[in-house]
Ligand binder design. Sequence first.
Ligand SMILES: Cc1cc2nc3c(=O)[nH]c(=O)nc-3n(C[C@H](O)[C@H](O)[C@H](O)COP(=O)(O)OP(=O)(O)OC[C@H]3O[C@@H](n4cnc5c(N)ncnc54)[C@H](O)[C@@H]3O)c2cc1C
Length: 272
Amino acid sequence: MARLVRDRLPTDDLVRIKKPVWVFGHDGRIREGDRVENAEPAWSYRQGISTLGKLLHAASPGSVVERECRVGRVERSSGAWRIRDESGQEKGEFAKVLVTAPAPQARELVAGSGAEISLAGIDYAPQFSFVLGFCREVEPRRSYHALLNEDRRHAIAWIGFEEDKAGHVPSGQTILVVQMSPDWTMRNMEVDRETLLPEVMRELRSVLPVPDPEWWDSQRWRYALPKKSWDASSLKPLEDDGLFFAGDGQAGKGRIALAIRSGIDVAERMLV
Ligand SMILES: Cc1cc2nc3c(=O)[nH]c(=O)nc-3n(C[C@H](O)[C@H](O)[C@H](O)COP(=O)(O)OP(=O)(O)OC[C@H]3O[C@@H](n4cnc5c(N)ncnc54)[C@H](O)[C@@H]3O)c2cc1C
């Protein structure tokens, strides 16, 4: 991953997140994080992490991206794979297909092909994220970039300071990304976000003394974190027929580097 990001792709917009991740417990007490984990470099891009996908696409001559197209079906007929969009329109016939949607969505796409049996029972935890904007810097003298709930007993799983990623936040301001825990998210997935904000602020203030934000936003991720890895061996017979799967679900952990690693591994098998 380091070779790909630092040596193979353009690095003009690559930014290193220099400060470490510290941890907090269910009582809100903050302490220094794991030194070994923090020794791993953390990266982002000036315009956001979606830059990575754009750079990979630009570095892949011949690749074609079709945006705003929701795939409805991947089906086998006459020895080939056909892809149809949501409206049923055929998008082409292919000898090999790689599906990278999270397992529950991948299962729907390939229903009837036999692949859905191998993908059954693979579950993802949801995550509710809140973004809070402050016109002045919050905690300007802190030694950490983000705080992780280590005992998984707090309603908040992660608090990140976006201004540590160069280019993301105007100078002198703070943007906090507050990721709620999977349990809290499950309880509140369908609740109106305005109703939830006071509780989110209360939970946040049990860790950090923050004022009310000047602005805020939120996002619900239904398939955020794979709970366990896919059984790759059960997918092997499908690979022999040209149907492949990749993504963070194969590693059982939500990390971009692991999703890319799984993509590279599958690509090597597809090219045989
Ligand atoms: C809130 C949050 C914060 C995170 N922060 C970090 C972080 O800081 N660092 C890190 O390393 N990882 C982070 N992760 C994890 C990281 O985002 C994932 O591990 C990674 O994106 C997984 O990549 P993927 O390609 O497997 O799946 P995804 O990124 O989920 O991509 C799957 C794609 O398939 C598309 N799709 C699904 N169904 C269809 C369909 N029918 N037709 C067309 N398209 C379809 C989806 O729209 C999606 O774009 C975070 C995750 C979340 C939820």
